[in-house]
Design a protein around this ligand. Sequence first.
Ligand code: PMP
Length: 327
Amino acid sequence: MKDSILDAIGTPLVRLTAPEGATIAAKLEGFNPAGSAKDRPAREMVLAAERAGEIQPGDQLVEATSGNTGIGLALTAAARGYDLTIVMPASMSTERKQLLRAYGADLELVDAGMETANQVADRVAADTGAFRVGQFENPANPRAHYRTTAEEILDQVEGREIDALVAGVGTGGTITGTATRLREAHPEMSVVAVEPEANAVLSTGESGDDDFQGMGPGFVSDNLDRELIDTVETVAVDAAEAETRRLAREEGVLVGQSSGAAALAATRTAERIADPSLDCPDVSFDADAVGDPDAIADGGDGPDDCPLVVTILPDTGERYLSAGVFD
Ligand code: PMP
């Protein structure tokens, strides 16, 4: 038994269909208690501030977020007894707003993007004395992924070599924290960042408008360590959504838009590094292992020589039903 919902943070690593001669493993972050990777930095940022004596339960927190960080913070705030104000672009999905309210957060919507939301959150902090969480510069954001996401992956690959890590970039916390830790164990691993084609700040130096939720903030975040990145893949929103639908319908993996983008970039990466002469395992399911506590249902036959691409799928698809992604 876990003593708190905050102890339930953690997710499975699951094989996806991959190009011949390669393996793709997806970290399904939608399995976290509040449905996204952001449960990790939310918990870490609040606990770090508590440890530093900056906040204590009962205090007010404020944050600008495209949704998932807010929902993760709302989970932590509810579980630890904080008041929470979230500033968010009004364009974010209905489910995000409903979820924040369900966890008891106060919501302030702005008719603009993340940069404006950040400015409004700064103002709320200055006016009310609320603690500004600051996911774009708070070092506890990448540290959460260093300490948890990456550690789980190292455990879950069961000794296999990791050849590439593919992850979308918002604050940069996921890719920075995860890549830093994985590189310690796999120094040759290549790191692939994913960003929206229409808002490709890392590739082109220019921001633009896109319909991605959570990925591509339109600027380079302090929490992104660009030195770690070997390749930047851009993905168009239509292609990402088509892949998101394919994952749901053909693989039973219900994830969000940016996950579709990451999965597509993971497939491109796997095609680049595949060794077609190898007979790599495919997605498989051992029906006899169901209900047998002694059967190892998640390891296959142990390490093989297939090039391995690990990708991070940041959130659950249930967050995008009203946005028409699955229509
Ligand atoms: N995809 C989604 C759906 C997200 O909510 C986020 C976080 N904003 C990201 C990708 C990017 O993650 P990070 O902020 O850690 O770079």
